[in-house]
Design a protein around this ligand. Sequence first.
Ligand SMILES: Cc1cc2nc3c(=O)[nH]c(=O)nc-3n(C[C@H](O)[C@H](O)[C@H](O)COP(=O)(O)O)c2cc1C
Length: 236
Amino acid sequence: MRRLRPDPIPLDTQARILDAAVRAPNGGNTQRWHFVAVDDPELIREFALLFRRARALEYEKFSTGTGPMVAPAPGADPAVHAETMRRMKGSGDYLADHFEEVPLLLFVFAIDDLGGANIYPAIWSALLAARAEGIGGVMTMVLRNFKDEVNELLAVPVEEGWTMSAMLALGYPLGKWGVAANRRPVHEVSSRNRWDAPFGVEVPQPLWPQPDEPQSSRSCPPSTTWWPVARLAPLA
Ligand SMILES: Cc1cc2nc3c(=O)[nH]c(=O)nc-3n(C[C@H](O)[C@H](O)[C@H](O)COP(=O)(O)O)c2cc1C
């Protein structure tokens, strides 16, 4: 969710989001993480300028084929991938153009994040906790292109080994919640017992609840599970 309202996020809500983050698993329970919440409009304006420059740099890398994450997965439909990229760019453009309106940036720092493995559980917990509070967000990494500037703006003690892992833009959503778009379904990316054997069930459509879906069509109360069994198609 990159289309966010400027309304501030109350401090107690921010506390719940970060409390969820610090419960995340991490190797050896060393908890070598630090979160910097940025809500100072002047600072957000500075990061907006940097963010737009960083994105331009990323798209330059995409266009020259030198950036990460440009190639679709083996077997994926290139046309679907192209559509994903198009939508992602549109949504990313919106965030870049309205960056000054984002009420809260959450910078996540780690020491030795093991290629992200040691920090992504905390990041994802924060994003899930935010969503449970009705707050949307997106994890971004483009500002790592300007990590020195970020470190300076936030007075990060880099001599202790801290590195920026990600920046989350958080806010109440402008639009409607949707299911994450353009994902290849479970049965196309899963198998059982060996790589090329079928997973055993097909999932023709997303199993997450649609916002307007009547509760009666769900197999259980929404707080218990999100899986309407009727949408699963067992393999013959
Ligand atoms: C490692 C990682 C880095 C990401 N970096 C960015 C980023 O710099 N900017 C951005 O707008 N989104 C970023 N994202 C979000 C993805 O672009 C997003 O998950 C993808 O476009 C699919 O969109 P959806 O999750 O809203 O369906 C990142 C996600 C991950 C996991």
